[in-house]
Design a protein around this ligand. Structure first.
Ligand SMILES: Cc1cc2nc3c(=O)[nH]c(=O)nc-3n(C[C@H](O)[C@H](O)[C@H](O)COP(=O)(O)OP(=O)(O)OC[C@H]3O[C@@H](n4cnc5c(N)ncnc54)[C@H](O)[C@@H]3O)c2cc1C
Ligand SMILES: NC(=O)C1=CN([C@@H]2O[C@H](COP(=O)(O)OP(=O)(O)OC[C@H]3O[C@@H](n4cnc5c(N)ncnc54)[C@H](OP(=O)(O)O)[C@@H]3O)[C@@H](O)[C@H]2O)C=CC1
Ligand SMILES: CC(C)=CCC[C@@H](C)[C@H]1CC[C@@]2(C)C3=C(CC[C@]12C)[C@@]1(C)CC[C@H](O)C(C)(C)[C@@H]1CC3
Length: 511
């Protein structure tokens, strides 16, 4: 009989029993953090004291850059936000060697109900914003669903949600950016003022300057989302419905689909309403004892499979809808706390979930990192909506991970890193794959590279919060660098101060 080496045994325990640390240490710590940030945000917003402080905070960013300019400039610049605090999957190794600029700007500055905009600083989170806007009867036009995502990260990276088939990506609802550039100057840009810079900022990953405020479009909000569930047991039929709903002249306000196998899934269409109608039931999915959302959706599929044919309709409170995937981190939490959806656990501890992603990252043992490198896929691939079915089959072949998240979104034909075929816009779909691959022969690098080349061939893009294994040439084929290169050349000290986007997102610079 062979005995397990001590190291492997330790690894096994760390991976299988991660939940012990999560429940005994991370959940109480997460609670402390949440209480502090919710109270602080509430006080600052109510007292409206933040706008007065903003200019002072921007000056402190300028001061740090000027100090770098007057030094030997032997290092490049990045934000001082530690890698473990971010929602990006990996931590940048460059954080250890670059000069770190503190952009500690955390406040909602101004809500302009006349022009329907909100101005906020880059570290404002989605949870904080939806909480601040709700009492005013407003919401961002696109609310990326995880509470901890920040405005800065979503502008410099990208953001997508179920209203994106109407409004586009997060960048498309941003009307103005204020940045501190590598020469220490402050500039604002919009489609009319410094348009080149304005269009090059999204997807630039902090390689053009430091963002200090953003003006974002808001829309009127209602109390509930009336959500219809349409289950399917055939991929072609599901894709056809999904495409049709997304391309409708007057589409539903929210569209999303979850696939549970290659052939089965549920298309969801939703609209904001003020009253709960008699055609469906009230479902406050954000209550602490509620079942994880993706499992609730699967129940509609199961009842369809057992012969029930009536379209299910539910009325969900608006914020609960926006943050519906927060509590279970889509379905990632089931690998960390396998009994997290158990009814007793939910009633006792559901209100503490999810643990803060930052604390999970900070305390991640090496063995878990190894496991995620070897046997876990986290990818969002963005492909033209015509290629949806083909892409799902390709993902099935290479990864076989379910559920799969499908979310349609418009890419407007603006200058910048994203290319579209022609016309004013093109409809894409985000295919999100998060979980343990079951495909035979799966190997992280070759399998992901094959999917990346599929995406490039089909004129799609990859979200860069996760791993990219593309070469620099492939990366430049995926993202149009023409405007970006031009802007970098035109901004004083930009090339000295910042690496290229690829230099910040490729797998070799992220641990
Ligand atoms: C201090 C504190 C004490 C609590 N005590 C209890 C309790 O005793 N019993 C109980 O059942 N539940 C308790 N809760 C749980 C809390 O009410 C849960 O978030 C609730 O399950 C969700 O209910 P809701 O529909 O009101 O959503 P909301 O509270 O409006 O929030 C929905 C989601 O958004 C998150 N969120 C909201 N605002 C922010 C923000 N600014 N930044 C980041 N994330 C945000 C929430 O954590 C939640 O996941 C407590 C929460 C806190 C913070
Ligand atoms: N639904 C959705 O759309 C989802 C989106 N995501 C992704 O998560 C990421 C956002 O995570 P988050 O934790 O908010 O952000 P991060 O801290 O991970 O930041 C992402 C990038 O933006 C840069 N950046 C952030 N703030 C500034 C600033 N003020 N000035 C200059 N550059 C800045 C960072 O630069 P530096 O490296 O110098 O710190 C980094 O390169 C995005 O990439 C997004 O696409 C993830 C889940 C869901
Ligand atoms: C475009 C959309 C909708 C993207 C959704 C992305 C989520 C599924 C991602 C964002 C952050 C994310 C990468 C994360 C993880 C899972 C997938 C997440 C939640 C986890 C929790 C997996 C377990 C890991 O040990 C670790 C804690 C490092 C990460 C943290 C970030």
């Amino acid at each position: 009989m062979t005995s397990l080496p001590t190291e492997s045994l330790m690894e096994y325990i760390l991976v299988e029993y991660r939940w012990v640390i999560v429940i005994t240490a991370l959940l109480p710590l997460s609670l402390g953090w949440k209480v502090w940030s919710i109270l602080r945000n509430y006080v600052v917003f109510k007292m409206n004291s933040a706008p007065k402080m903003h200019d002072k905070k921007v000056r402190s960013v300028q001061k740090q850059i000027k100090a770098w300019l007057s030094g030997d400039r032997s290092t490049q610049l990045c934000t001082a936000r530690p890698g473990w605090q971010t929602m990006s999957f990996r931590q940048g190794v460059y954080k250890k060697t670059f000069t770190k600029i503190d952009v500690n700007l955390v406040d909602v500055l101004e809500v302009d109900t006349k022009n329907m905009t909100v101005r906020c600083e880059p570290l404002v989170t989605m949870g904080q914003l939806s909480r601040s806007l709700e009492p005013l009867g407003l919401a961002l036009a696109v609310v990326p669903e995880l509470d901890q995502l920040t405005v800065g990260g979503l502008v410099m990276g990208t953001g997508v949600e179920t209203s994106s088939h109407v409004y586009g990506l997060f960048q498309h609802i941003c009307l103005q950016y204020e940045l501190v550039l590598a020469d220490g100057s402050v500039v604002t840009c919009s489609k009319d003022e410094n348009p080149d810079l304005f269009y090059a900022v999204p997807w630039s990953y902090g390689t053009l300057g430091f963002l200090t405020s953003v003006v974002i479009k808001v829309v009127p909000a209602k109390k509930y989302v009336r959500l219809e569930y349409h289950p399917y047991t055939d991929l072609t039929e599901l894709s056809t419905r999904f495409r049709k709903e997304s391309l409708e002249k007057k589409p539903h306000q929210f569209i999303e689909a979850l696939l549970y196998t290659k052939d089965t899934g549920v298309v969801m269409t939703g609209d904001m309403v003020d009253e709960i109608g008699s055609d469906g039931k009230f479902n406050p999915i954000g209550k602490w004892y509620s079942e994880w959302f993706y499992l609730q959706v699967e129940k509609h599929l199961k009842s369809y499979q057992s012969g029930y044919r009536q379209t299910a309709v539910e009325y969900i409170p608006l914020r609960d809808y926006y943050h519906r995937h927060t509590r279970s981190l889509f379905w990632e939490l089931k690998d960390i706390v396998p009994f997290g959806n158990n009814v007793i656990f939910r009633f006792l501890f559901g209100w503490l979930m999810p643990p803060e992603v930052s604390l999970l990252k900070l305390t991640q043992p090496e063995a878990v990192t190894k496991l995620y490198n070897k046997a876990h896929v986290i990818q969002d691939m963005l492909v033209p909506i015509e290629s949806l079915e083909k892409a799902v089959l390709e993902f099935h072949e290479e990864f076989e991970v379910y559920p799969i998240w499908l979310c349609p979104f418009k890419v407007f034909n603006n200058p910048g890193q994203l290319r579209v075929k022609s016309g004013d816009w093109q409809m894409f779909v985000d295919i999100g794959v998060y979980g343990v691959p079951k495909a035979k022969g799966y190997e992280t690098v070759p399998s992901t590279r094959r999917i990346e080349s599929f995406v490039i061939q089909h004129n799609g893009f990859q979200m860069l919060y996760a791993d990219t294994f593309t070469t620099r040439e492939e990366f430049r084929r995926m993202f149009d660098h023409a405007l970006y290169d031009k802007v970098r050349d035109s901004l004083p000290h930009c090339r000295d101060a910042f690496p290229e986007i690829y230099g910040k997102v490729n797998r070799d610079v992220r641990k």
